[in-house]
Design a protein. Sequence first.
Length: 577
Amino acid sequence: MAEEMSSEKRGYASIYRRMIVTLLVLALTPLFMLGFFSLDRINAIFDEKISAGLEAVTSSKRRSLDTFLEERIGQIKTLAFTHTGEELSNSETLSRIFSVMQTNGRSYVDMGVIGMDGRHVAYVGPFDLSNVDYSDAPWFQEVLRKGVVVSDVFLGYRNVPHFIIAVLRHEGTRSFILRATIDLEAMENLLVRVYSGKRSDAFLVNEQGILQTESVCHGKVMEKFDKLSDFPPEVLRGEASSIATVPLSGEGEGIDARLRASATHLKSIPWVLVVIDDINENLRSLHQLQLLIIIFLIGGSLLITIGALFCTRRLVSYLSAADDKKALIDARMLQSSKMAALGKMAAGVAHEVNNPLMLIQENAGWIRDLLEDETPKTMKNYDEILKSTEKIDQHVNRAKGITQRMLGFGRRMNPGRAEVLLNTIASEACEMLRAEAANRNIEIRQNYDPRMPIILSDMAQLEQVFINIIDNALDAIGKNGTVEIKTEAGEDTVKVSFTDNGPGMDEQTRARIFDPFFTTKKVGEGTGLGLAICYSILEKLGGHIDVSSQLGKGTTFCITLPHEPPVEAVPNASENV
């Protein structure tokens, strides 16, 4: 037997190991494949997202700058071609027009009308440029050729970086140039951006790489930006309207992986917009994400391993417990067979015993009848004989009660299906035993649920059960105690509990309390059938009874009943004992 048990344990251990390996391989393989694939692809995806975001910012800035310059060029051209040279040459008229333009948007520094000799005919602004000769200025020669010019940033006579918009108009035999200086601060405000990284920047350069606006990290206005060669030539020349995004070269040799630069050519003027992003802050989020993925892999692996160990152990334990459960079922079936045989035997014994009991009782009555014809004084043992017949009757009635209980235990009875209110049955059972409880100084407390529904059950059998349990509680207490009867309504069931503060029971007694002929009472005071009959009755009514007890604290019997008992077939006459 020991070798067989050892072999079973070895078989369970082998199953345990194989299941652990299988579960871990099936669960961890896709987890690690997904983790490594995520780590491999996340850099590329993150780089694409950064480039897409940078290009979106660059495109937005380009539209803003083009719109700004086109509006200013349009305003100057409209002003030049909607007013005559004579009107614009009037300083007061020009000053009034300039005031209106400044009111609509403060983006102009000054404005002037220049004759073909290169000198101001009229001027409005903060500088003294009345006698300045622009005939040799590059922008002056260019406007004569093109008609409309937006210059690069230069110092000029102001000795302050600025750029101008100039428009040439021919009016009959007379020609003039309307010139306006644009405020660089207005342009730089359009380049201001809220973006991550300490070295993030946005600025304008011309095709020769000269800064047209100030840069945060790459110099001031009119200084050289030496990183322009990092971008494709076609974008710098304006041959393509697309946006180029490249890693920007570092201070020494090689590429600075933290910098991404995007460049695009403006439509209005030959300038290039450069937007630089320091992605060091974004890389911090990437590193955090990668760390989270690694933690997820480790945590997921641990969780899967623990889950596999737990599930496999539970499964193997279920397999191991299957044999024990089968053995328990076999034992219960054997016990049920024994109980059925015991019931039939008890019924047969009760029938056989009842016949001599009836004869004994009749003979005792016949003796009493004979004693009535005798004179007590003439018979020496009259009183003793009469007392003996009374004792015979008493013990015969006791024996009849035992046989009736045995018959009730062995007889198969279908449960009744009448409307029953458990509160009423419990009250009647308490009332029947109230006098005995009062004689023992035992208080019966009744705590009934007012929501208790009416159920379908067998009133007589339930009353028998209640009386039996209360009577046992009184016997267990002896004297001076309490018994509490409590009812409780549920959704599909009702409960009745009987709690006493008697001496309680140990585990061995509690395990056998419902066995037939088991009793804790003294010899001659109990048959051991009361609780067994209660158990049998409740089982037939579709309910069950539970007991909880502690030594020195008391005992509680809890009865649970369905709202309606199960329907059983009516047995044949041959099945009744």
